[in-house]
Design a protein around this ligand. Structure first.
Ligand SMILES: [Zn+2]
Length: 219
């Protein structure tokens, strides 16, 4: 990697007057060892230590213990070696934000109406590319993420207010997987946590972990 960056610095110096398109080049990481996602991008936390903030917004009736227990479970279930998590002193400035919001709030944010959880990266930057059998994949550095759990009391199949702690643990682990870098889903294997629909699987399985092993050491 170091050699790559040095080569790019030299190239930048030599091409200062070229168009900005010349600066779009990022390092090529090579062929990935695994790829199980239907998405063409993957991420990696920018920092080894991340502060974690949690919030229960108005309209969410989730117990605080359910929120903290499920998040703690998710962070440890992925077991990303060398990465650690601390309690944020302030939700607003946390690196990793997990909030429970009402369905109406989720609707206003554009969250699909049948989702129980939703994740997006915040401030990510493209740091490289790789390939999987000739298909190009983008690699992002992820400094922060935002996860939403959606509290829904509808008399319908999307009711999340009656879900057990075990189910919330599974949702938390799935969403944290997205936040840590597993963008997209494994649409072909329902035995994996990163299958798009909720199943009885509540922890990362071999293919889930292997996908993140492209960028992490996963215990
Ligand atoms: Zn998902």
């Amino acid at each position: 990697m170091l050699r790559f960056f040095r080569a790019i610095l030299v190239a930048l110096t030599a091409s200062l007057l070229l168009s900005s398109a010349a600066f779009a080049t990022v390092p090529y990481y090579g062929e990935f060892s695994y790829w199980y996602s239907d998405a063409s991008k993957i991420g990696q936390f920018s920092n080894y230590s991340n502060s974690v903030g949690m919030s229960i917004a108005g309209g969410c009736g989730m117990l605080a213990g359910t929120l903290t227990t499920s998040v703690d479970y998710a962070l440890s279930a992925w077991s990303l070696q060398n990465y650690s998590y601390t309690d944020a002193s302030d939700y607003a400035t946390a690196d990793l934000k997990i909030a429970c919001i009402s369905r109406s709030t989720a609707n206003s944010l554009g969250v699909p109406s049948n989702y129980a959880g939703f994740t997006f990266w915040d401030g990510e930057s493209l740091i490289g590319t790789g390939t999987w059998f000739g298909a190009s994949k983008n690699i992002y550095s992820v400094p922060r993420y935002q996860i939403y759990y959606v509290w829904d009391t509808c008399s319908c199949s999307n009711n999340t207010s009656s879900l057990s702690l075990t189910v919330w643990k599974g949702i938390a682990a799935h969403e944290h997987g997205h936040g840590a870098g597993y963008w997209g889903h494994n649409t072909s294997d329902s035995t994996q946590l990163m299958y798009p629909s909720r199943t009885s699987v509540t922890s990362p399985q071999t293919k889930d972990k292997n996908h993140l092993r492209n960028l992490y050491t996963v215990n």
